[in-house]
Design a protein around this ligand. Structure first.
Ligand code: SF4
Length: 600
């Protein structure tokens, strides 16, 4: 297409300006320093990239690109490496459009919430080798704040990185096979799976090879970058520790199917689409039944359809859910099948069996593996933060007594696997020497907190320190005998998925006669998987310092009203939304403490 041709008459002056810039970008230019500007060595690939074609189609239909889409249009963030080198040499943090572009390489300027940069890695399935953990810990010491945070996508973040160290940090990670590329901005985030994949006695299939296959496919296909917004994909192999696949844009869930129409007995995957709990939706089953080897091409085709047709103008409507809401599943799946070389089988969900029972404490403590005589140890990581010394210690433990494998969980905890029975006492002793505990604790086991205001500019309240305060407050006050999931999320982006916690806390700004600062709205009764339910709002604008006491009151209400031994999940499941509000809103005497809310 050439500006000035008949096609160009469809464009406004602003659209022509962007298209003009795009066409200019196709002509390689060289900066004074000899670094090719704008382009890498494959301009034809850039021009034909699906994301770029979708942007042009969006403009051609008379619509405006969002601010972030314009940034991507002007210069592909994948080609920002020379700019990262340039700013690193100057010791300068990215500003303006560079902030967005650098996220594609896993680098965030998180100021003013926290000094310096944050780097989010990519660890497919959350499984990493000890040598990688050691290198990450070294990098955190050398270039960052000397600690790492385990994220809710079974991933790691390094924080407090100086501007001078951006390129060196990424280089050190690349050298041990950790590629943060695409962990931020409008890309496919870390591929998650079950942390016990390959070792769980109950699993139907080991999903780690699928996580890794998709991870590497994405890294090597620039057509799968530059989506309308972020995108989450998870695999669940039927393990005792869930992967929360139903909270993802695409969730692959293993099921067993007996021989029948067109199907042989075996393990297959159901496909669910459109999970985004912060917007009130779990992923819904599509009816598709895939062989394991069909998952990758189907995932890629689904992403390609989303790239071509997702919203490029309104960031709030740019997630897959909204395309599905607009089109319906049938139209979306028809577009997907056009990109496949095979037809997808569909059978009713009722013909599939999913025998797994989730064990909410299986990520803490000592548990037998599928491999006889071997165990994994689940370790509590308070608020998901590990010092680099602790991470090195865990890597050393895994090397000495295990198979050199560490497994991160979406509950922000960590497993060391493949410990022989006779080595368990030594492993526990080493853990204790690192200041870490494996003891199942019904609060710690299910306590999840995003970064919050202590390290994220969107955060409305301190989530991690409030989570620690809740754990400390409850420690000697309540005798719980069943697990409780408490999720604290720092803003409406809901990175900690507050709607699926037994208790979910959403940070807000609170202002009343006696308090001004961060606080929380509280929802009760959320769940996932077979217990999927969005939490019911019960309390609003609780000042952060009061949160531990209010959580104690909520749990006391449950303990007093439950049937003998009844879990929190079972208790809330047998109550209506209205009953839950009635029961739990009495946890604070003055329910109307809301004066100002700064969200939504
Ligand atoms: Fe930041 Fe909000 Fe995500 Fe928490 S939920 S990490 S505050 S964006």
């Amino acid at each position: 297409m050439v500006l000035g041709s008949p096609d160009a008459n469809f464009f406004s002056a602003e659209q022509k300006e962007y298209l003009d810039g795009f066409l200019r970008a196709l002509v390689p230019t060289v900066k004074s320093g000899g670094v090719p500007a704008q382009l890498d060595s494959q301009p034809d690939d850039i021009a034909s990239a699906p994301g770029r074609r979708a942007q042009i189609a969006w403009l051609a239909s008379g619509k405006r690109l969002s601010k972030e889409e314009k940034i991507k249009f002007d210069s592909d963030p994948l080609d920002s490496w020379p700019r990262i080198e340039e700013l690193s040499a100057q010791g300068v943090l990215p500003e303006g459009e560079d902030i967005f572009r650098f996220k594609t390489h896993g680098l965030w300027n998180v100021s003013p919430a926290q000094a310096g940069m944050m780097c989010r890695l990519r660890i497919p399935g959350g499984v990493l080798k000890a040598y990688q953990a050691e290198a990450i810990a070294e990098s955190a010491d050398k270039f960052g704040g000397g600690y790492v945070d385990v994220t809710t996508r079974a991933n790691l973040q390094i924080r407090e990185i100086g501007g001078r160290h951006m390129a060196d940090l990424l280089t050190s990670l690349h050298e041990v096979g950790i590629m943060p590329r695409g962990s931020g901005a409008d890309n496919i985030r870390n591929i998650t799976g079950n942390p016990t994949c390959g070792i769980d006695p109950t699993e139907l299939i080991d999903v780690l090879p699928l996580c890794r296959q998709l991870h590497h496919h994405i890294l090597h296909d620039r057509n799968l970058f530059g989506l309308p917004r972020k995108f989450n994909i998870a695999f669940d192999g039927g393990n005792s520790i869930a992967s929360l696949e139903d909270t993802n844009d695409i969730g692959f869930k293993a099921v067993r199917v007996e021989a029948g129409n067109d199907v042989q007995t075996g393990v297959y995957f159901r496909v669910a689409l459109g999970g985004i709990t912060g917007h009130g939706d779990f992923a819904r089953d599509t009816g598709l039944l895939l062989k394991p080897e069909e998952c990758l091409p189907v995932a890629v085709a689904m992403v390609r359809v989303y790239i071509a047709h997702g919203d490029r103008g309104n960031r709030k409507k740019a997630r897959l859910k909204y395309l599905l809401d607009e089109w319906g599943f049938e139209k979306f799946l028809a577009e997907v099948e056009k990109l496949l070389s095979f037809s997808c089988l569909r059978i009713p969900l009722s013909e599939c069996r999913s025998p797994r029972e989730v064990n909410k404490t299986a990520h803490l403590g000592v548990h037998p593996q599928r491999q006889a005589g071997h165990h994994y140890i689940g370790i509590a990581i308070p608020s998901g933060r590990l010092t680099s010394a602790q991470l090195k210690g865990l890597a050393s433990l895994a090397t000495q007594l295990g198979s050199g494998t560490l497994r991160l969980t979406v509950w922000q905890n960590l497993l060391v696997s493949d410990i022989k029975t006779e080595n368990i006492p030594e492993a526990l002793s080493l853990l204790a020497s690192l200041g870490l505990s494996h003891e199942p604790n019904f609060i710690q086991a299910g306590l999840v907190a995003c970064t919050g205001s202590e390290g994220c500019k969107f955060g409305m309240a301190p989530t991690k320190s409030t989570a620690l305060a809740i754990a400390e407050h409850l420690k000697n006050r309540l005798a719980l005998d069943t697990p409780i999931n408490i999720h604290l999320t720092g803003c409406v982006h809901s990175c900690a998925q507050h709607f699926i916690g037994d208790l979910g806390l959403l940070a807000v700004s609170v202002e009343n006669e006696t308090y001004r600062g961060g606080g929380f709205h509280i929802v009760v009764g959320g769940g996932h998987g077979k217990e999927a339910r969005m939490g019911i709002p019960v309390l609003r604008s609780i000042p952060a310092p009061q949160a531990p006491g209010v959580i104690e009151n909520l749990l006391r209400i449950y303990l007093e009203a439950r049937l003998s031994g009844e879990s929190f999940t079972a208790f809330t499941a047998r109550h209506s939304d209205e009953d839950i509000v009635e029961l739990f809103s009495s946890a604070v005497e003055n329910k109307l403490c809301v004066i100002k809310e700064a969200v939504q």
